[in-house]
Design a protein around this ligand. Sequence first.
Ligand code: UD1
Length: 451
Amino acid sequence: MRYLEIAGKKPLCGEVTIQGSKNAALPVLTACLLGDGPCVIENCPQIQDVEDTCALLRLLGCKTSRMGHTVSVDASGVEFSAIFCEEAERIRSSVLFLGALLGRMGEAALPYPGGCAIGSRPIDLHLEALKKLGVHFFESLDTGTLRKERAGETVPEIAAEAFTKDLQLCGAGIYANAPHLHGACIQFPQPSVGATENTILAAVLADGETLIENAALEPETEELCRFLNLRGADIQRERGGRIRIFGKKTLRPVRYRLDADRIVAGSYLLAGAACGGSVRFRNLPMEQLASLLAVLSRMGVTVTQDGSMQVQGDLLAAGDVVTAPYPGFPTDLQSPLLAALCLAQGESRICETVFENRFRTAEELRKMGASITVEGSCAKIQGRAMLQGADVCAPDLRGGAALVAAALAASGRSRIQGYDYIARGYEDICRDFQSLGAEIRLTDSGDKKVW
Ligand code: UD1
């Protein structure tokens, strides 16, 4: 069991470089499946979710290699359509292989996707959109027994005809095929990042034109479109969250550089706000962080165009903050903000509108002396001057980063269990905060290290 040990209460000072974006890397790597030849992805973060995605690509017959932050994927040898393995169950973004495999192979089979337990996270919007593009879904509760989804009737003979031999041998999960993938009009009732990306992945090689209404506006979805357009796709972003896609026959290999990770940047900015000090961030995606920068400015934190952050006097409460799809305040920064507001003067309130289970971090912060009351989907935070180091446990990826921020600002020592959650999204959180003068290290429970 790996855990973090932190001796807090030191202001953060120095420079740190923001890693490449996890939530852009995952769909872009998956999109490498959609054509032959080697795609080279630069600035790819060295994190577990990227490793898992590459493992899935290899399982399908792709060649992948990594040199530092550059990952190369050659999908010329793809010959399978199923991703039944531990990695697919572990990461939420494995669901994107559905759209990509349908586009490339005309069929797909995958286990129900995993990821952080931050809410119910259904995939109904993905499935409904893909059905409109001509996809048929079956589900298997057991190996070898496929049920036709709509009728609910057990029809293994039909399934046997519908899929290639490999797919019939797989386990419980989602089975899909598309004898003729075609364009369609899709109107999402609410924006979903994953459902938008899955639809794009299936539509770029479909026959004809696809229109997606109320698509997600997140920068990572934009990056996927940019990457695919470089490959020769025709994806046009129109006003009001509308995306129009003209299907193409083939895509070409390209070299592409990923943007910096706005969520890592935001969590580091909030850790800096909690600890005080003066930090310069290299590669800070200022434009993508507008909603956070507005909140930080209310808290008395200034961030200049060159990426320098300064806390002016005492940290102030933020008033009301509501999470929302982009360009609203990101749900992924809700926990890091919660941690910083524990140290701000006065009362703040955060309302979570995207994922319902995201206040589990509050319980851990309370162990450090935080005063947080959660009622329904809102948390009231009574800021105080000091937190006390404690033994805490990361409830999920962003909650883990929030606990690191709180422990860095708290007096005394903290131990944070659940490092593996944090490693799913932060390349080396110890290295980054050590470079800002923090006392933080990763320890294995077998080690005998002492302070
Ligand atoms: C992505 C991000 C995640 C971020 C989230 C919201 C990746 C790999 N992950 O997750 O970090 O927190 O966007 O910005 O990019 N929903 C449905 N039905 C569906 C799909 C979604 O009801 O079929 C709901 C979800 O429960 C949630 C909301 O829609 O309430 C938004 O979810 P979505 O945008 O799909 O999040 P993810 O793509 O899973």
